[in-house]
Design a protein around this ligand. Structure first.
Ligand code: NAG
Ligand code: NAG
Length: 349
């Protein structure tokens, strides 16, 4: 019992000291962590300025990006697996005697991408039925931060100062936590998150392609195709906020630096990670270690759910709003302070 309390009390004292010195806290450069409130994961970061100038987000935007197959790749694979087993020839055996509905149900119970892929390669009919499941499993595996509530928390965030939508969750998580002295230790949620959530970074990325199979012979290439995510589409890619029904288009962000936005992975100084980061930071204190003076620490998308997909696949029944202009405007302002001459047309500002 004591052993748990000592570091806790120490940390509390430290924060007490920091929080009671208003001058110091504005001078202090708080650290910002990317937090997934649903899977309870945290990607640690340093100052916001540093994160911006580097990759733009603590983790690769792939974690939010839903794989997509072009018609051409689809046809290429399916053409290799015609539905050969006509009932009239040799009587179908085992699985293949089942109805499409039953086979679909079985696929629904296959939880591993590699298993679903192998099952698909048994026969063209299984491939046709199981392909949707393969795509679902690819999304779960590679786009593992989609649909979760995400926020980039500054170290100075107070327990009573979360966005409206998160206040209930924060209070719930804090229930049962002892009120510790000093009573004005108001950073308990941040402390809890940074000490109990699972730390992720790209080096311990659990989505590794660790399912190489040696024994698939002629099916080896098809297998590889099924277990590798593709990001192909002729439609524009968008980063969307599933909670608010708003999106930012990749081409608009890429155009800032004269780059190509035809894929979700933009090269150049600004990518979709920057676009996301510019809207999800939350703290009670505005020190962001940047020359830019906007209110980045009160991000309007903090704690919302996101995904990167193509416009044709946006959820129906939601009135989507294109806010690319607003996002690009903030990014270009940031660029004035943080970068030199990276914009395509700086005089347009
Ligand atoms: C969204 O807005 C951007 C910038 O204002 C524009 O370039 C793009 O074409 C718009 N996208 C759609 C689908 O309307
Ligand atoms: C799924 C979801 O959260 N949809 C929301 C999308 O945004 C609109 C507009 O803000 C909301 O009304 C929906 O509930």
């Amino acid at each position: 019992m004591m052993t748990c309390w000592v570091p806790l009390a120490l940390d509390a004292c430290l924060w007490f000291f920091v929080l009671n010195d208003d001058d110091e806290i504005t001078e202090m450069n708080q650290y910002w962590d990317l937090v997934n409130l649903d899977s309870m994961c945290i990607a640690k970061g340093r100052t916001l300025g540093e994160t911006f100038r580097r990759s733009g987000l603590h983790i690769n935007i792939r974690h939010f990006t839903v794989p997509s197959w072009s018609e051409k790749s689809h046809e290429l694979l399916h053409s290799k697996y015609p539905r050969t087993l006509h009932r009239s020839k040799s009587p179908a055996s085992g699985l293949l005697r089942l109805s499409d509905e039953l086979i679909n149900l079985i696929f629904g119970h296959v939880g591993r991408l590699s298993d679903a892929a192998c099952l698909c390669l048994v026969d063209g009919r299984l491939l046709a039925i199981g392909f949707t499941r393969v795509l679902q499993l690819q999304k779960l595996m590679f786009a593992d931060w989609t649909d979760d509530r995400v926020v980039c928390l500054g170290g100075s965030v107070r327990d009573d100062d979360f966005p409206e939508s998160l206040q209930e969750l924060v209070q719930k998580r804090l229930e049962g936590w002892p009120t510790i002295n000093p009573a004005d230790f108001t950073n308990r949620f941040h402390f809890l998150v940074s000490n109990t959530f699972i730390i992720v970074d790209e080096s311990n990325d659990r989505r590794r392609y660790s399912h190489e199979r040696q024994d698939l012979g002629a099916d080896g290439d098809s297998y590889k195709m099924l277990v590798t995510p593709r990001y192909e589409s002729s439609h524009p890619w968008v980063l969307c906020n599933l909670s608010k029904g708003e999106y930012v288009q990749a081409t608009a962000v890429a155009a800032l630096t004269g780059n190509d936005g035809s894929t979700p992975f933009i090269t150049g100084a600004f990518n979709l990670g920057h676009a996301l980061l510019s809207r999800i930071c939350w703290s009670s204190d505005g020190s962001i270690a940047m020359g830019y003076r906007g209110e980045l620490h009160r991000g309007p998308w903090s704690g919302d759910r996101f995904e990167v997909t193509t416009v044709d696949k946006l959820q129906t029944g939601v009135e989507w709003k294109n806010i690319s202009g607003e996002v690009v405007d903030v990014l270009s302002k940031i660029s004035l302070y943080e970068y030199d001459n990276i914009l395509q047309d700086p005089q347009d500002l």
